[in-house]
Design a protein around this ligand. Structure first.
Ligand code: FES
Length: 206
């Protein structure tokens, strides 16, 4: 079973499979853009569509190889891939599944289980509110509500200008600073709802 694959100039994600990725990877070259044919094994009876440039596919494969294509390293692979791409859309997951020789359903399950991973693009300044137990009992929910109010966003959304996105995390290991907020890699501790405005203003001119 073979599905046509196109470059990322065309429409985004259309992966229709949650089954294991195929064992064959064929390349075609179109008029202007390189394109790929990704062949899933007949026994899986699935259609897999991957819409990524050659450069991006190679980058994902490089990351997988860094971890010896070891399925046990899936979380590390996902972590590094998300760092490289900003998010983990379905077509990226398909390439990872193929490289690690595991099912796309498994990859999808891990991506959706951990709140750190996202399938949608994050803002330039991704804001993550820790809602682990220590942060929760010290008011993380009110902090989250204030971010939502000021940014006019729900969790999982990105501002129209692409600047901020909002997500929740489970314990980032800084419980002594609860409630904790991350903006990108920067950690803010003991955040109160009143402090939200100052955090956002620090990124206003950036
Ligand atoms: S619960 Fe938030 S850092 Fe541990």
């Amino acid at each position: 079973m073979v599905s046509k694959i196109i470059s990322d100039e065309e429409n985004p994600i259309s992966a229709s499979s949650t089954k294991p990725a195929g064992e064959q990877y064929n390349k075609e070259v179109g008029d202007k853009n390189k394109s790929y044919t990704y062949a899933a094994p007949e026994k899986e009876k699935v259609k897999v569509k991957v819409k990524l440039s050659e450069e991006k596919i190679n980058r994902i494969k490089e990351i997988c190889e860094l971890f010896n294509n070891d399925p046990g390293e899936l979380i590390n692979v996902l972590h590094q891939t998300q760092q490289a791409f900003g998010y983990l859309p379905a077509e990226v997951q398909e390439v990872i599944a193929h490289s690690l020789n595991i099912s796309a359903a498994h990859v999808y399950g891990v991506v959706t289980f951990y709140s750190y991973f996202t399938m949608v693009p994050k803002g330039r300044f991704p804001i993550s509110i820790c809602t682990g137990t220590a942060c929760y009992v010290r008011g993380a929910e009110k902090v989250l509500e204030e971010f939502k109010r000021q940014l006019k966003l729900n969790v999982g959304e990105t501002t129209e200008d692409g600047k901020f996105s909002l997500s929740c995390l489970r314990c980032v290991g800084a419980c002594g600073l609860a409630p904790v907020v991350l903006v990108g890699e920067k950690v803010y501790g003991r955040v109160s709802p009143d402090g939200v405005k100052a955090i956002l203003e620090a990124y206003k001119e950036q």
